[in-house]
Design a protein around this ligand. Structure first.
Ligand SMILES: [Zn+2]
Ligand SMILES: [Zn+2]
Length: 233
């Protein structure tokens, strides 16, 4: 494959902000790849943005997940034909988390088991979010849950690669496009409690800091999960 053929066309369908996660479309020949898919609240916007690029949801060939938080991974019901990919560590962690979420009806016990550091208003905020999270989990996130495959077992299309950026969640990663100007979809590796609605603390603060540093060393265009895109030279 020559350089021209390996130039992915990149369109941000939904720009990340504190109330929604970025969804990016990568196109190369017959491949239509989404990096993250957003959640039900942004589903109509996603369908409209895809249509503006002449794409139907069922045409999407792959969804590459930066991680499996519900704001990034809960539009699978309309992406019926796509190969769904995430890291093994992320799936194992999320699988246990979400099964506990739908089985444990005691919201405070559930939240403090996952985030023991939360208290006061941040705990109240998390509890208020939990009913919604449970509903999205049952109806949307689990719609194709058992079909999720792993980066470790499944090669990515040429010109795309995974950059492990753990810490926000255990198997969080970025997706790199090796275009002449490299692009990194950084997921929530730069997310802080001020930039994200869910205000989820990192599952591992030390790893999170190291991953933030890794992103800061990247040269090219960066598309974060909850911030506007920017260039690093
Ligand atoms: Zn997020
Ligand atoms: Zn997240």
């Amino acid at each position: 494959m020559n350089r021209a053929e390996n130039n992915w066309k990149i369109d941000i369908l939904l720009q990340g902000n504190p109330t929604q996660a970025a969804v990016t479309l990568l196109r190369n020949r017959d491949l239509l790849v989404l990096v993250d898919s957003g959640w039900p609240r942004t589903r109509t916007q996603l369908v409209t943005a895809l249509a503006e690029h002449g794409v139907q949801p069922q045409n999407i060939t792959h969804v590459l997940h930066t991680h499996l938080h519900i704001d990034h991974a809960a539009n699978h019901p309309i992406l019926t034909e796509a190969v769904l990919l995430a890291s093994k560590a992320e799936f194992r962690w999320a699988d246990r988390l979400y099964h506990n979420l739908i089985e444990d009806e005691d919201d405070v016990r559930f939240i403090t088991s996952v985030f023991p550091q939360l208290s006061g208003p941040t705990l109240e905020q998390a509890v208020a979010f939990i009913q919604l999270a449970r509903r999205i989990c049952r109806r949307d996130l689990f719609s194709r849950w058992d079909e999720i495959q792993f980066y470790e077992d499944h090669g990515l299309p040429e010109g795309l690669s995974v950059m492990p950026l753990p810490g926000h969640t255990p198997g969080h990663c970025g997706i790199v496009v090796s275009n002449p100007e490299p692009v990194l979809m950084a997921g929530d590796a730069l997310t802080t409690e001020h930039t994200c609605l869910s205000r989820m603390p990192p599952t591992n603060p030390n790893e999170f800091e190291a991953s933030t540093e890794t992103v800061r060393r990247f040269r090219g265009r960066i598309i974060p999960g909850h911030l506007p895109p920017f260039e690093q030279r």
